[in-house]
Write a protein that binds this ligand. Structure first.
Ligand SMILES: [Fe+2]
Length: 397
């Protein structure tokens, strides 16, 4: 593509609000579909999160089959199981409901049912020939924003590398976001997925591919996460205000990075997650402040704006690197408040793997948005710091 052109894709239809899940049956009717394949995981099924969805489908006189075999970091194997379930059920609509793993599995399976072949043959951008069947994506965590994006991540079961598959044909026909469905996630999941939202928003905001409209919603998303994450994690019966704000922040961050791309946090976290099984949100949450310190000299003004969105007072006459470090401190404090560990040592990741992780990260598609050019030494520097727990701002602010 001409380097001067930008592209931004969002779903045609986004329905947002408490109680939206009760309306799913009527939307399935609008798609003229009769048999939905519900793609989800056992945890969602057992937590009764599906109940309002199933009741709504039944009330509309439609049929459904449930595939609940989704695993975290879905592999090509799981994707093909879901595609087989679609064919076996003679389905005509894909309804993905769950966290990012469920939505990505649903998206990837929809490619296979429309095109045949092996899912990893479609990796990269724009390699999906035939449009998938009608799709409805319903998140049950405020995290990946996958419901509004045209990307899915599938782990190669042979190499353990997370491959990206993106095509505008993968946009949901309907993204349906009901904050009520996010209420039952355990606090550590809410914390990690919420920090993933913050990572999306910050990486999209500082991306070299940022566009004014993606930056506007990214900054608003950052502010919402700063104001609401702690309360959302501590959620107790009744007050949905913080969960609703987090659900909107997740959607906004997802829309932002679908145009602006991501950066070095995701490029590295895909490797750490793929190799050691560390949950995506958790590894992003740990890596985010270290990558921010690395990127900060390149775009100090943007980091000053991030700091301000997170409630720090900024001297706008200076907007120096020193002021910009307040953004790193604010992210660290937010992570602390929801019990995110400081170093990768607290996870299953192993320090010996740093050279290999760094090398693989340089090939990750997410890196193309990063504002500072990186090489092998830079990636290793970031990872070493993330194992050591070393921050520059602590001696400077
Ligand atoms: Fe993410």
């Amino acid at each position: 593509m001409n380097q001067g052109l930008t592209e931004w894709n969002v779903p045609n239809r986004i329905v947002f609000g408490s109680g939206a899940a009760d309306e799913i049956g009527s939307y399935i009717e609008q798609f003229d579909a009769e048999q939905a394949l519900i793609v989800t995981d056992e945890g969602v099924r057992e937590a009764d999160v599906l109940d309002p969805v199933l009741e709504s489908i039944e009330a509309a006189g439609k049929e459904y089959t449930i595939f609940d075999g989704v695993q975290p970091d879905p592999t090509d194997t799981v994707v093909h199981e879901a595609a087989d379930a679609y064919d076996d059920a003679d389905a005509d609509l894909v309804l993905g409901i769950g966290g990012g793993s469920s939505l990505d599995t649903a998206k990837a399976a929809s490619i296979v049912v429309a095109n045949g072949g092996r899912i990893l043959d479609f990796k990269g951008s724009g390699n999906v020939p035939k449009s998938p069947p009608p799709s409805i994506y319903v998140p049950t965590t405020s995290g990946t924003g996958s419901e509004v994006g045209h990307w899915c991540i599938v782990k190669d079961s042979e190499t353990n590398i997370k491959e990206e598959i993106g095509d505008v044909k993968l946009l949901a026909d309907l993204a349906l976001i009901d904050p009520n469905l996010t209420a039952s996630a355990p606090p550590p999941v809410k914390a990690a997925t919420g920090m993933d939202v913050l990572t999306h928003a910050i990486e999209a905001y500082v991306s070299i591919k940022a566009q004014s409209q993606t930056s506007a919603i990214a900054l608003d998303s950052i502010e919402k996460v700063g104001e609401n994450l702690t309360r959302a994690v501590e959620y107790r019966n009744g007050d949905l205000t913080a969960l609703t704000a987090m659900a909107r922040a997740s959607m906004q961050a997802g829309m932002a990075f679908n145009g602006a791309g991501l950066g070095a946090v995701h490029a590295l976290s895909h490797q750490v997650g793929g190799q050691f099984g560390v949950p995506h949100g958790l590894v992003n949450a740990i890596l985010l402040p270290y990558v921010m310190e690395y990127n900060l000299p390149q775009v100090p003004e943007k980091f000053c704006n991030i700091a301000a969105a997170l409630g720090e007072s900024i001297d706008y006459d200076r907007r120096t690197q020193l002021e910009a470090h307040k953004a790193v401190r604010a992210v660290r404090e937010l992570g602390d408040s929801v019990r995110i560990p400081v170093t990768l040592d607290a996870t299953a990741a192993e320090r010996d793997a740093i050279p290999q992780l760094a090398e693989q990260a340089l090939d990750d598609g997410s890196l193309t948005g990063n504002p500072r050019i990186t090489d092998q030494d830079d990636m290793e520097w970031i990872l070493n710091r993330a194992f050591d727990g070393t921050f520059e701002y602590e001696s400077r602010l």
